[in-house]
Ligand binder design. Structure first.
Ligand SMILES: [Zn+2]
Length: 531
């Protein structure tokens, strides 16, 4: 009896002391100390080219919620934490054109309703991409973060994971507490990055720490194909991040390329540092920004690149095989439509042999193959079905050689033979970047002299096969000739769109930190903490 009373008394004292010492925020954490923190997760991920004429609708998203989300392989790593992560909604789509506003509003409303049902929340993990564009809405992720913050309240810790091709804005930074971005391109650290975001979130919740987010925008925009972490200068720029992450008071260091095919004011590279040591964070952010700026003229394609015609001629002359030829302007994993047939046209004009092309998205042509059946020879119009204004179709006599078995019409894929070209047709937009994408269609990529894929830099599975690799600088929604992109109405001055820019890196703190510093510590970070 005595001990129970004594414990209650001590708990009352401890709450009172913490409330006195840390205000309301501290009191909340004192209470949270007695129970497991309540942490939810959910978000939206897509990369949208504003130069694409196609739109991303609800049916283009894979939407996982509740139990399906909890059981998904992508988030299986969350089970390792003793703190449970409560699933809400995660929406994910193949990169493409802008998201239509009604679709975005509906997904956002469902996500926010899910959060409201879980309140109060101590923490939230947001698995995002960062380069979403919504029709009629600039800074879509900023809108998403701000709306989320309004629901979860100022005391909930929000940690986001980002693609390094995501675009950050002051609104994104102001509403988040922590951010981790991929450190590899091609991306081989997707799970590792989400883990870093969750590790810091759990750490801060357990240690009752509210970190500071500091970022330094860099007015440089490079296509991913010039800023891979596999070659210089990307290799050395990103290689230093794990070491910088070890500095005292630093929880995460991220360096983002940004997404060049989004005509938005926020599109830019940046350094983002999360931690509890603002002076160190500022120094790291400014230093990384300066290094990136100084390296801006070094960014180059990591492979031989040329016109479609140049690349096909080089492929025909190659003495080693397979040549892998990437149709970079129409790469669906970068936001390309995936329906363009210019390279097919040229392959047929050159009468190439022993060539596999995977693949072109064309629902009517795919359906025609299924209707005709394996073994049939039919006249096909191939390409330009998603964006008829973007390119012209190719007319050809094709023999149907394989049909993928699928009860879902959207998942149909057909293989046809057109002279020396084995061509894959798909009903919906998708990449062919893994070996399994070929083998499940009965194709052995190494059996061909030339492999054509819609890709930028090659995927980790295809890159080791290429002997050599060639990148066609083809037209499309993600044309690599960025300085000639049309419709640049909102873009701020950035290199290489503007050659002569003056730039001195400035580190900017999150709104949370700015509020704290003006109220508590006027000697520390002002609004701009960099020089
Ligand atoms: Zn990316």
């Amino acid at each position: 009896m005595y001990s129970v009373r004594r414990r209650r008394f001590l708990k009352g004292i401890s709450d009172a002391i913490l409330t006195f010492a840390f205000g309301r925020f501290g009191a909340n954490y004192a209470l949270a100390e007695l129970k497991q923190p309540r942490v939810a997760f959910g978000g939206i991920g897509i990369e949208c080219s504003t130069y694409s004429r196609i739109r991303t609708h609800m049916e283009d998203f894979e939407i996982l919620k509740d139990e399906a989300l909890a059981g998904s392989q992508r988030f299986a790593f969350l089970k390792k934490y003793s703190t449970p992560f409560i699933p809400t909604v995660v929406a994910q789509a193949v990169p493409g054109g802008p998201v239509d506003k009604a679709t975005y509003d509906a997904i956002k409303a469902e996500f926010l309703a899910g959060l409201r049902a879980l309140l109060p929340l101590d923490g939230l993990f947001l698995p995002m991409h960062g380069a979403m564009f919504v029709d009629g809405l600039l800074d879509a992720e900023g809108d998403w973060m701000e709306a989320t913050r309004k629901v979860v309240g100022p005391n909930c810790l929000m940690s986001a994971s980002y693609d390094l091709h995501g675009n950050v804005s002051q609104r994104v930074i102001d509403n988040l507490d922590m951010l981790s971005a991929f450190r590899t391109a091609p991306h081989i650290d997707k799970e590792e990055t989400m883990e870093r975001a969750c590790n810091m979130l759990v750490h801060c919740l357990n240690e009752h720490v509210r970190p500071t987010l500091i970022w330094a925008p860099i007015p440089v925009l490079m296509p991913g194909e010039r800023s891979s972490t596999e070659w210089q200068p990307g290799k050395r720029l990103w290689a230093q991040l794990p070491k910088l992450n070890q500095e005292p008071g630093v929880l995460d260091v991220s360096l983002l390329v940004g997404y060049v095919w989004a005509d938005e004011p926020r599109s830019t590279a940046c350094a983002v540092v999360t931690g509890t040591a603002p002076a160190t964070e500022k120094k790291i952010a400014v230093d990384l920004a300066q290094q990136y700026w100084d390296a801006r003229r070094e960014f180059q394609f990591g492979t031989v690149a040329g016109t479609i015609d140049d690349c096909i001629q080089q492929a025909l002359k190659a003495r080693t095989h397979p040549v892998i030829l990437a149709d970079s302007g129409d790469n669906p994993t970068g936001g390309g439509s995936g329906d363009r047939a210019e390279i097919l046209q040229e392959l047929l004009r050159y009468k190439v042999q022993d060539t596999v092309f995977a693949g072109i998205t064309d629902r009517p042509a795919t359906d025609a193959c299924y209707k005709a059946g394996v073994g049939a020879t039919i006249d096909l119009s191939i390409g330009a079905t998603l964006d008829p204004l973007g390119s012209r179709p190719v007319k050809a006599l094709a023999k149907v050689v394989f049909l993928l078995s699928s009860s879902d019409l959207r998942l149909r894929e057909a293989v046809v033979q057109i002279e020396g070209v084995t061509l894959v047709l798909s009903a919906q937009r998708r990449p062919y970047h893994d070996i399994a994408d070929f083998t499940r269609l009965g194709l052995k990529p190494l059996a061909y002299k030339i492999i054509v894929v819609k890709s930028g830099y090659l995927s980790p599975e295809l890159a080791p096969l290429a002997n050599p690799s060639l990148m066609a600088l083809s037209d499309g929604a993600i044309n690599q000739d960025i300085i000639h992109l049309p419709k640049n109405r909102f873009r701020k001055p950035t290199y290489p769109f503007v050659e002569d820019l003056d730039y001195t890196p400035r580190a900017i703190a999150s709104a949370q930190r700015r509020r704290e510093s003006s109220a508590v510590d006027r000697s520390c970070c002002g609004i701009v903490v960099g020089g």
